[in-house]
Design a protein around this ligand. Sequence first.
Ligand code: CAA
Length: 382
Amino acid sequence: MNLAVNATERDLAAAVAEWARALETRIGPAEKAGEIPRDLIAELSELGVLGMTIPEKDGGLGASSLAFALVMEELAAAWPSLAVAVAVSSGIVAGSIVRYGSAEQRARWLPRLTDGRGLGAFALSEPSAGSDAAAIGSTARPDGSGYAIEGRKQFVTNARYAPFAIVFARVGAVDPVRSHAGITAFVVPLDAAGVAIGPAERKLGLRASDTSALVLDGVRVGEDAVLGQVGAGFALALAGLDGGRIGIAAQSVGIARAALARARTYAKQRRQFGRPIAEFDGVRFPLATLASEVDAARMLTLRAAWLRDQGRPFTREAAMAKLYASEMAQRATHTAVQIHGGNGYMGEYAVERYARDGRATTIYEGTSEIQRLVIARSLVAG
Ligand code: CAA
């Protein structure tokens, strides 16, 4: 395994880290307002981040998954809300269009993800279909030369910023034996007639990142809206989520790293019982344990990214990375708050926000329980 990135990719990760560190004063107001400022989306476009996973022939930077994981870690260390918005748009959405899109679809939609005017959305979950993604009730009824889509999507990241969403809906009747049969991916422009975006969800954390419902009421799309093959949408969704899980693992590493950095600084400054609390083993040992776990999580994440870059199977490794990194992020943010004592519970200290933001990582793009299911299946298969 070679975890080195090339010089251009290294420079990009460093440039993103520097840019993201300078956002400090923007975070509080944006989290309070519940939105990512549009000028920052435009700056991400100028930096090349929005198109970094898109091949050069399609107008992107053609960076590796390894480089993308490093950039995600840097974004998340600075601002987790921004990181998840980018993870979804540049990761799962761009990746699905690149992998499954026709030449026309790539030419039409990829520039909309990179022009800095918006961020893409992935609309799979529904009120009654979360972990059991094949249970979706959205339908796409053949209608003239295209389809009419009906359904209600839930927890759609970036819905409010998205020029389009990849929407999963079923063509044909439910098959009780093969529950994912008929599920098809459609590229749906969100200004199409019949699309309504629900109110933004009020969340524990990641408040600047948009999470909204998408209501599709007889939305007409042409046959050219089908991404991949009719009926092959479930595999497309799961393959996309495999890649997305590497992004969430990297986000978890960034959150944990940043929370622990704050805890270390605090522990060296805060004096109790006549000395800095960093001199007490009750503070030093958890920091030591978690510093090791952050590195372990990063290695799992980069291994999954490397396998993906090699074109090798990485489903299990992505699930392992996401499972371990997201659960580690819970321990890390919990410890960071604990080391800050009463101050850690207060809004002025960033560890409070990292703890709230990090909580989502064991849930979205597949809960820890789903990651265990994916890993366990691969262990006992065959
Ligand atoms: N890649 C490609 N295809 C895959 C696959 C993968 N990793 N895993 C399975 N498949 C294929 C199978 O080969 C099978 O295909 P065929 O029968 O056509 O050959 C088909 O998918 C069905 O496979 P399963 O029988 O294994 O499917 P299942 O219904 O038992 O469910 C699951 C599998 C792992 C539980 C899956 O439903 C899952 O991952 N659930 C979690 C969903 C999830 O992560 N949701 C997050 C939504 S996005 C989000 O979080 C919001 C956001 O924007 C951040």
